[in-house]
Design a protein around this ligand. Structure first.
Ligand SMILES: CC(C)(COP(=O)(O)OP(=O)(O)OC[C@H]1O[C@@H](n2cnc3c(N)ncnc32)[C@H](O)[C@@H]1OP(=O)(O)O)[C@@H](O)C(=O)NCCC(=O)NCCS
Length: 230
């Protein structure tokens, strides 16, 4: 769960795509290599989704999602319009920095914006960072259609196939069964001994405990790409 992107406090009104002090990141990944930098893929296509960079017109529907109790059930609080604007700015900062990020998800012929699916780099330290995380958040009217899993498969293919990552992780609170089900459909696995307390949440917070899922790159992709960017 991307509290690194979530947890920005409200500040003076920023323009949509302004970045706010992305923390200097440690780029070395477990197993060697670095988080890739620079220009990457602005758009990924799946049979039903276009995963793309963010547009001004996404702000309003994204803010509506971020204010919805069902969508934000497992987050510490809901986000208002300005907090949503900041979050988009931080997401776009990751695209500029790494060439990948949490893509805005469009379902052509259905809706211009259904939520996000993509890859992010947590900006805090835990036992498993630095790492690349796969994540998703959809407006509730688009749940139950397979969009999160479909989009995440494209993001994983991109992460393993194009970026050459050796591993991608995901995490959430134990009670978030829908998100865990996405992780499990993707073939991600959890070792209970790796459950952790989220460093961005204070002791005693009921959402602090998290489960960690990992997925290694398919061997047919990693074979012969030992020197890839990782
Ligand atoms: C997490 C979240 C994205 C999962 O959404 P979801 O709709 O359950 O997951 P998917 O999009 O992969 O859809 C899978 C469901 O669609 C169904 N489905 C329907 N048509 C389908 C199709 N054509 N292809 C695949 N699955 C389909 C599946 O059977 C499955 O149904 P089930 O929930 O009854 O088992 C969503 O609950 C959400 O946005 N939650 C709030 C934000 C959040 O918590 N994010 C994660 C933080 S870690």
């Amino acid at each position: 769960m991307g509290y690194g992107l979530w947890a920005e406090k409200k500040r003076s009104p920023p323009p949509l795509l302004t970045t706010h002090n992305p923390q200097p990141l440690e780029f070395r990944l477990p197993g060697g290599g670095e988080v890739p930098h620079g220009r990457g893929m602005d758009e990924l296509l799946t049979p039903r989704l276009r995963l793309r960079r963010w547009r001004q017109t996404d702000l309003e529907p994204f803010a509506a999602m971020n204010a919805a109790p069902a969508v934000m059930e497992y987050f510490p609080s809901r986000l208002d319009l300005e907090e949503t604007r900041l979050m988009i700015g931080r997401i776009e900062a990751q695209f500029e920095r790494h060439g990948f990020g949490l893509w805005a998800a469009e379902a052509p012929g259905v809706a211009d914006f259904v939520g996000y699916v993509g890859l992010s780099v947590p900006a805090y330290e835990t036992a498993f960072t630095p790492c690349v995380e796969v994540g998703w958040r959809l407006a509730s009217q688009y749940w139950g259609k397979g969009y999160a899993t479909e989009g995440a498969r494209a993001a994983l293919d991109y992460g393993f196939g194009t970026l050459g990552l050796k591993e991608i992780v995901s995490f959430t609170v134990p009670a978030n069964q829908r998100s865990r089900a996405v992780m499990e459909r993707l073939g991600m696995t959890r070792d209970p001994s790796e459950d952790f307390d989220h460093p961005r949440l204070p002791g005693g917070d009921p959402l602090r405990r998290h489960v960690l899922y990992r997925l290694a790159a398919p061997t047919d992709i990693t074979k012969g790409t030992e020197s890839a960017a990782t």
